[in-house]
Each structure stands twice: as structure tokens, then as C-alpha cells.
Design a protein around this ligand. Structure first.
Ligand code: MF3
Ligand code: CO
Length: 257
């Protein structure tokens, strides 16, 4: 069942989302060559506390995993697509593509967003990968109107991947969000998986986390030995995510940064 949230509830989700955006902006400003990813984790925890929120992912067991996620932040670098675990031994270097993914809870409501930062001088390929993935996110968001379908979201993401020559990750995707970080429906990034999963019509009150993931190569991924990090066998991956409410007037981005 897909939850329909009232205006008052969406306002509460928005408060959680504003904490997410503020934390992400703060952590993004720390991303520089030489920074250890564990320092980003600690800074994210501190900033969330300061803003009155609770990290949503720390010790959280998402529906797609048998294990609890051990950190508040996901930091996924280069060939890592999503769910990279911050580590004391992992340093950011010049030219890295760094995806930061963060969720927060505020008064019982959740928000979730992600962005990818290019560190220092970027090759044209990396620059294009970032631009294409961001474009796919905003294109998908523009489909978030009453009467459209989950299919339209997947189609818009897939179309931009095709146009730009990048692979799109189909095994993972977005999700409903609100009282929980992950709710129905699965918001697929590929039309081939919408129909077997669920092709619901979008209605006012739905709140969706939309998260396109693009890679160089063909978009196929595998899970690393740590049981969390999703990687591409190709060189680079990119990920952007916003929490979006469907309203009578169209999409409302709740995690605007
Ligand atoms: N935004 C990511 C997702 O929805 C973050 C998940 S982290 C985890 O998949 F804790 F849930 F693993
Ligand atoms: Co998410």
C-alpha cells in the first residue's frame, strides 16, 4: 500500500528533509583531498544532533538488507555506486567522484537525499556523468504530478541515460518515504522493472525518494564483500536523490539544497 500524507504531515516530512539538506550541504563543504570519510561521518552525526534530528540510517535495517547499516552517512567513491560505509582508512583524493547519501528523522518523520561531488579537476567523462545523473533526477521530478505513473519516472531516467550514453542501475532505486525511511512503492529507474514490481498512478499526498544512479559502462552492479557497498565493474558511478511530495500543483522538492 502506498501511503497518502496530509499537508500537515508533509510539512513534518519537510522539516526532516531540511535537516537532511543542511547536513548534506555542510558535509559537501568538507569534501576535499586528504579528508578521511570517517570524519565526514562524525561531522554528519554532530550536525544532525545540533539541528535537533536523528540520523535515519545509523543501525537501521532497510527492507532490502538482512543487516543493520553501521553508519549515519553513505560515502560512495568512484566505482562505488551507493551504500559505501565511512572508514578511518579511506581518504578522498583529487579527481574523485564522491556520493554523499544521508537520511534524518524529525518528530517521527523521515527525509532522504544524496548528491555527488567531483573533487578538484575532473575529466570530461566524469563531468558529463554528473550532469547526466542530475538531469535525470530533475527530469524524473518533473514527472511527479497527479495522474502520471511510476513508469513515467523510470522512462524519463532511462531516456536521459540513453541520450547521454551512460548505464543506469536497475537493481536499486527510489522508494516511498514518510513515517519510515523506506516505504512502498519501489521507484524504479528502469522501465523493465516497473511492471513486474508496481506501476502505480501518482496521487497527491504521495512522498517519493527519487534516486537515479548512472555508471560508465552498462549499469550492472554487484555487492562488495563488506555486505553493503554496491559497485560497478566499470570506472565511475554517480547518484543524486531528492525527497519529493506529489501535490495538486505538481512536484514539491522537500530536500532542496
Ligand atoms: N538513500 C539510500 C537508499 O534509500 C540510503 C540507504 S542507507 C541504509 O537506499 F541504511 F538504508 F542502508
Ligand atoms: Co533513498
Amino acid at each position: 500500500m502506498i501511503e497518502l500524507y496530509s499537508k500537515a504531515e508533509i510539512d513534518k516530512i519537510k522539516k526532516a528533509c531540511q535537516i537532511v539538506s543542511d547536513v548534506l550541504k555542510y558535509i559537501a563543504s568538507m569534501v576535499k583531498p586528504g579528508v578521511v570519510t570517517y570524519d565526514l561521518e562524525m561531522a554528519a552525526r554532530e550536525k544532525t544532533k545540533e539541528l535537533g534530528g536523528i540520523p535515519a540510517f545509523l543501525n537501521y535495517q532497510p527492507p532490502f538488507s538482512k543487516k543493520k547499516y553501521p553508519a549515519a552517512l553513505c560515502v560512495s567513491i568512484n566505482e562505488e555506486v551507493v551504500h559505501g560505509i565511512p572508514s578511518k582508512t579511506k581518504k578522498i583524493k583529487d579527481g574523485d567522484l564522491v556520493s554523499l547519501d544521508f537520511g534524518a528523522i524529525y518528530e517521527g518523520y523521515a527525509g532522504d537525499a544524496a548528491l555527488t561531488i567531483g573533487v578538484g579537476e575532473l575529466s570530461e567523462e566524469k563531468h558529463k556523468l554528473i550532469e547526466a545523473t542530475k538531469k535525470a533526477l530533475y527530469s524524473a521530478i518533473s514527472e511527479c504530478k497527479p495522474g502520471k505513473y511510476l513508469y513515467d519516472i523510470a522512462k524519463s531516467i532511462e531516456t536521459i541515460a540513453k541520450e547521454s550514453g551512460f548505464g543506469v542501475v536497475c537493481e536499486y532505486g527510489g522508494h516511498g518515504i514518510g513515517r519510515n525511511s523506506h516505504e512502498e512503492p519501489f521507484v524504479a529507474n528502469c522501465t523493465s522493472v516497473v511492471i513486474p514490481k508496481m506501476n502505480a498512478q501518482l496521487k497527491p499526498g504521495m512522498v517519493l525518494a527519487i534516486e537515479p544512479m548512472f555508471t560508465t559502462g552498462d549499469g550492472s552492479v554487484y555487492k562488495a564483500n563488506d555486505g553493503w557497498t554496491i559497485k560497478t565493474k566499470a570506472k565511475y558511478a554517480c547518484h543524486f536523490e531528492h525527497t519529493v511530495a506529489i501535490t495538486e500543483d505538481g512536484p514539491a522538492i522537500l530536500t532542496e539544497w
